[in-house]
Design a protein around this ligand. Structure first.
Ligand code: FMN
Length: 200
């Protein structure tokens, strides 16, 4: 098996995250930044923006998320369960990567290339997926686990205000990461015959 295939298999959604991370914050930031910089984007538009939160900023993100959830989850028992998940699976990690689309860049593409205008929103989503998958793999290569969360749009404005982020940035996903405290369970695969075809 190739090293890449092995890495792909090792990348899983890890919900038992911890803070036992040996890399320093600056090198983690550089690693994540360099990984995203090398990902492709339509017309090399680089609409994916990222914010790396560690330390108090990471804690703040998940406190903001809990506050936002408290406002919409009225049932105390349901909220207690949600809080348990946020505290143990996300906040317990070492950091979080926030993935943004810069809508100003996407709108600029629509204007510059009107014949492709209908494609740019979905291509921006593809770019987000490519970037976050690359980071997910790269973190795993560093021995770290991660998962992908979507508390956007519920938390968008509070997060924008907390970290003073541009108005044109639209939050597309949150990736808590940290040490792997427990492995993911086995996962099922659909039969290959239903998904893949080969003609020659
Ligand atoms: C586009 C996308 C959205 C996802 N959204 C969430 C999410 O909001 N919350 C979550 O816990 N996992 C989310 N996941 C993770 C999937 O549930 C997970 O990747 C899938 O079950 C396969 O497990 P694995 O990541 O361990 O291989 C998402 C994955 C993708 C690719």
């Amino acid at each position: 098996m190739s090293a890449f295939t092995n890495l792909q298999k090792e990348r899983r959604s890890i919900y038992a995250l911890g803070k036992h991370v040996t890399q320093d914050d600056d090198s983690l930031f550089e690693t994540i930044k360099d990984t995203i910089k090398e990902t492709p984007s339509p017309f090399n538009s680089q609409s994916v923006q990222a914010v790396v939160l560690t330390g108090a900023a990471h804690e703040k993100l998940w406190d903001i998320t809990l506050d936002a959830l408290r406002a919409v989850v009225k049932d105390d028992e349901a909220f207690a369960q949600t809080k348990q998940k946020v505290d143990h699976a996300f906040k317990a990690g070492y950091g979080t990567v926030l993935y943004y689309t810069d809508q100003k860049i996407v709108d600029g593409l629509k204007e510059a290339f009107p014949s492709y205008a209908a494609n740019f929103d979905s291509w921006a989503e593809e770019s987000i997926g490519i970037a976050l998958y690359a980071v997910w793999l790269r973190l795993r290569e560093e021995g770290l686990g991660a998962s992908l969360q979507h508390y956007n749009p519920l938390i968008d404005e509070a997060v924008r205000a907390a970290f003073d982020l541009p108005e044109s940035w639209v939050l597309r996903g949150e990736m808590p990461f940290g040490s792997i405290e427990a492995p993911a369970a086995d996962k099922d695969f659909l039969p290959d015959e239903t998904r893949f075809r080969h003609f020659n």
